[in-house]
Every structure is written in structure tokens, then in C-alpha cells.
Write a protein that binds this ligand. Structure first.
Ligand code: FES
Length: 160
């Protein structure tokens, strides 16, 4: 991988990040392709990833129920969440696989619960918890601008 920032859709820029100041976070050598690192600034946990499309910075919070994606599994651009089997394309911001709990996608469309192959179908008894799962919306990933200066990766952190 060339140490370069990955392009991302401008509308997916994290709130306050477009004109935020850049801060150095890592040497490029510390983030080879396939690596994921969690960077914390104040209350913000950022996921830095070396993808085939370049370096991506997004929230280290699953867009479903906020689990840390940095301890998930990375396959190219796609990260698998350690909870609920959701998979997300870090290079496009798209949901590749909805969580097992089902619920709403980013456009508000409902998806039912499901079980990985070979396992019994999940029983989702009616009640508040089922309703909460049904109404939980998988949000779109949000991105933080990245640049490389003198071999260091810099990320634009919104003021905090
Ligand atoms: S918290 Fe990531 S799939 Fe549910």
C-alpha cells in the first residue's frame, strides 16, 4: 500500500472535522496495509486502518451498537464487528452485512434477525428488547480527514 489517505465521500465527513486542525498520530510505518489502530483524543476513539485504498480514519464505534471495530476482523476494506456479525466497507461507508439482530439500515429500511449458517435460528421473543433491536438504525460510517506529513499520519480531530 502506498502510504496515502483514502478518498471518502464528502457527505460522510464527521461533524466538525472538515475544518478541524490536523494532529500527528502515528508514523506511516506503524500502519501497514491490513493493520487497525485505535487512537483516543479526549472522548473520541478513532479507528485508523491501512486499507488497499489507502489510510482511513473513522470512529472506533460500530455504526450498529458502538462496539470497538478495532478488535474486529479486517478483510481488505471490510471490517467485521466483534458483536452481532455486522460487516462494513471502510472504503465506501456501506453496510455489507446487517447485524444478526436485524433492525433498520441507514436508509431506514427494516431487516429481520438472522443466524449464521449452521446455527439454529435466533428466537427473538416479543417485548421491549425486540422492539429496541427492530428500531435500532445502523448509521453510516463517518470519516475524519487524513494527511501524511514527513512520514507521519495526521488526522483532523474536531475540537473537543
Ligand atoms: S455492535 Fe457491531 S454489529 Fe452490533
Amino acid at each position: 500500500m502506498d502510504p496515502r489517505p483514502a478518498a471518502f465521500p464528502a457527505e460522510l465527513t464527521a461533524p466538525g472535522a472538515a475544518d478541524a486542525a490536523f494532529e500527528p498520530v502515528l508514523d506511516v510505518a506503524e500502519l501497514p496495509e491490513g493493520a487497525m489502530r485505535r487512537i483516543t483524543r479526549g472522548e473520541l476513539d478513532i479507528l485508523l486502518v491501512g486499507t488497499p485504498a489507502g489510510i482511513v480514519a473513522t470512529d472506533d464505534r460500530c455504526p450498529h451498537m458502538s462496539a470497538p471495530l478495532s478488535i474486529g476482523e479486517l478483510d481488505g476494506c471490510v471490517v467485521a464487528c466483534p458483536l452481532h456479525e455486522g460487516r462494513f466497507d471502510l472504503c465506501t461507508g456501506a453496510t455489507v452485512q446487517m447485524p444478526t439482530t436485524g433492525g433498520l439500515d441507514a436508509d431506514g429500511a427494516y431487516h429481520p434477525t438472522w443466524s449464521p449458517g449452521g446455527r439454529d435460528a435466533k428466537v427473538d421473543p416479543p417485548g421491549k428488547k425486540a422492539e429496541a433491536r427492530r428500531l435500532t438504525r445502523v448509521r453510516r460510517l463517518r470519516y475524519y480527514p487524513v494527511r501524511i506529513v514527513d512520514g507521519r499520519i495526521e488526522v483532523a480531530f474536531p475540537s473537543r
